[in-house]
Design a binder for this molecule. Structure first.
Ligand code: PLP
Length: 405
């Protein structure tokens, strides 16, 4: 077998990987800041950020240092033994948020799975076993385990896998009347992304989140914020809830938390946390020393006025470029989002073609994302240089011209 020697190319993906993704036709091999290079040495400006993950760009020296030094110290203990990096990171999160207790997991999905199980268990043990209704929103995205796709509001992800977990109801996002109509004392939780990411980069209105808080209080239900995408500085606040001034009972974060190292967290109060006991839930890797050392280094950099305060100036720069592109090519019907989570909705005549724009952009040397078939999404590093924004947008404009022109 010559397998070992055979060149690794994009075709290898189709030979060996289960086809749940259709990755771009190039393979990135190296990154530095907001630039990435592929196997052929072609350079890209990275506005995708690994889907809002590499919040400090690629190979940030402080993260590399944290990874190296922890890598030479202690990699893994399991949760049979706790570890210093996890405890340090836990302290930082408690000091900077509403949280009194945190628990680490490995992905956004697992953080949400934990949050939903905690909410259900809290309601069932503190109130009644019949208090199990979860209210969630159309087009929401909460992960890919069976519970989290079921709470998510996109049938294309949840259907076709047999009977779903029961007592989950979906209503339109930003529609408080619709929530009121289904809210009752059997509701255990309302689950919401302060900004729907995958669902099209749609921010909640402040009135909506405030209204949810009031309804939850009225019916002794928990308010769960999924900040897997919106958290860790993405909006210019450490967490979006702080910008809105609406405090949830449970909050999940992941993506940018580890800056590219898989790690996630659930934040909650002492009272809610006390519903769980030894053995209620668990994870072999959750809070692994390597993950928490890297996340701790990322946290120290992101949670500073320099980084958080720079986010909205960078957003302005992006939006100006997008408006200029729109003025020239007439492609966007809306430019929206918050901070460095930016959505540009395509005009009706380009509906369904977001992936075409994405591929054209990669061809021109800029990595961007879509959020559904009709919205272009930008989720770059929070410390992306102005020169990278300008160069990336020149390339994106060239891609738009190719499709529109
Ligand atoms: C990405 C995402 C998830 C899932 O996170 P994974 O790490 O892919 O499991 C959950 N919720 C939101 C809001 C997300 O953006």
């Amino acid at each position: 077998m010559a397998t070992e020697q055979a060149a690794i190319t994009r075709a290898t993906f189709d030979e060996v990987i289960l086809p749940i993704y259709a990755p771009a036709d190039f393979i990135p091999v190296k990154g530095n800041g907001s630039r990435v290079w592929d196997q052929q040495g072609k350079e890209y400006v990275d506005f995708a950020g690994g889907i809002a993950v590499t919040a400090l760009g690629h190979c940030h020296p402080a993260l590399v240092e944290a990874l190296k030094s922890q890598g030479e110290t202690l990699w893994h203990t399991s949760n049979v033994f706790t570890n210093e990096p996890a405890l340090k990171l836990g302290r930082k999160l408690v000091a900077s948020t509403f949280a009194e207790r945190v628990v680490f997991m490995n992905s956004g999905t697992e953080a949400n799975e934990t949050a939903f199980k905690l909410a259900r268990h809290y309601a069932s043990t503190r109130h009644s076993p019949y208090k199990s209704k979860i209210i969630a929103f159309n087009n929401a995205f909460h992960g890919r385990s069976f519970f989290t796709v079921s709470v998510g509001g996109q049938a294309k992800y949840s259907d076709g896998f047999g009977p779903k977990p029961a007592d989950i109801i979906h209503v339109p996002f930003n529609d408080l009347h619709a929530v009121k109509a289904v809210m009752d004392d059997h509701t255990c939780a309302v689950v919401v992304e302060p900004i729907q990411g995958e669902g099209g980069v749609l921010a909640a209105t402040p009135e909506f989140l405030k209204g949810l808080r009031e309804l939850c209080d009225e019916h002794q239900a928990l308010l769960v914020f999924d900040e897997v995408q919106s958290g860790m500085g993405r909006t210019g606040s450490l967490f979006a809830y702080q910008y809105y001034g609406v405090t949830p009972d449970i909050l999940t974060s992941a993506k940018a938390l580890g800056g590219g190292f898989p790690v996630s967290v659930v934040l909650t109060t002492e009272e809610i946390a006390s519903a769980f006991h030894v053995g209620s839930h668990g994870s072999t890797y959750g809070g692994n020393p390597l993950a928490c050392a890297v996340a701790g280094a990322a946290f120290d950099i992101i949670n500073t006025p320099e980084v958080l305060g720079g986010v909205n100036a960078k957003r302005e720069r992006f939006v100006k470029h997008l408006q200029k592109i729109d003025a020239e090519f007439d492609v966007f019907s809306d430019v929206r989002g918050m901070g460095l989570l930016i959505g540009a909705e395509l005009k009706p005549q380009y509906k369904g073609r977001a992936r075409d724009f994405l591929h054209a952009a990669a061809h021109e040397g800029v990595m961007v994302l879509n959020a559904g078939p009709d919205v272009m999404r930008f989720a770059p590093s929070l410390v992306v240089e102005d020169a990278d924004i300008d160069e990336g947008m020149v390339r994106f404009a060239a891609a738009v011209k190719k499709i529109v022109g």
